[in-house]
Design a protein around this ligand. Sequence first.
Ligand code: FAD
Length: 281
Amino acid sequence: MATPERLPLSFEFFPPKTPEGVVKLRAVRQQLYAYRPEFCSVTYGAGGSTQAGTFGAVQEILAEGVNAASHFSCIGATRDTVRTQLAELKGMGVRRLVALRGDLPSGYGVGGEFHYASDLVRFIREECGDDFHVEVACYPEVHPQARSAEADLQAFATKVKAGAHSAITQYFFSPDAYFRFVDDARRLGIDVPIVPGIMPITSSTQLMRFSDACGAEIPRWIRLRLQGFGDDTASIKAFGLEVVTRLVEQLQAGGAPSIHFYTMNQAAATLGVLQGLGWRA
Ligand code: FAD
């Protein structure tokens, strides 16, 4: 049987909080590098992570000879701090950013000089021209704080007009949500690549918690099947692998330009999907 054509890949990590986590992530990255990713990205500020953690992991990836993207969130930041951080990233050799608004912990007011990710994208392009390839986030199932689906799509268009080069979606499990979103975006004149963000399923409780927080929908049949497995992690993983592999197959068949994996700093689940697809390292 012929090996299926594979799509370009990128892998996302979060900065580890402990020295053991740093060591473990190095090994995880080496396993995933076998698939020659276009780039690997590191989240910023998510879950209370610090700038030093993000920049440190980005630096390691670059030193390993792989293209690294630093996520960069602007909520609460000033122009001066952003300017300084951009200069630092440029000095490190970073050429790719994922530009985000980010989220403040509940109870904090919205301070700072940037209100939306589009403000950050505009600032980066004004200050740095073409020095960085700028990615933005987008939401096939609508950002939870958006006034409406239409308003959220307009907000995405504003980020692209401000100078974003490409976009990565929030994760989803309904391929139709993605295809519909891409069609709507194209109708609005958004012409940049819209890369599906894929979350492998490894834990039922973790997935439910994340999805509630970020507005990603778990279809009822997936939710019920996962609940039915209880604490049987082997069955959850086997089912998750099947669901996510099939999802990526459908996205590839429907013309997705590449695939971005939310690895959660684990290699096995992502590798399982890639092997399930029959994609060769
Ligand atoms: P925005 O694009 O600014 O949108 C935020 C909300 O404001 C949306 O509801 C939008 O519809 C609305 N909006 C935008 N512009 C306007 C306007 N002009 N008027 C009215 N409403 C408007 N979080 C982290 O903390 N760290 C990370 O590293 C991180 N990485 C991520 C990577 C990806 C690929 C994705 C999909 C998300 C990531 N997040 C991360 C989560 C992200 O920070 C949150 O989803 C956040 O709530 C929104 O960020 P944004 O950049 O999409 O914001």
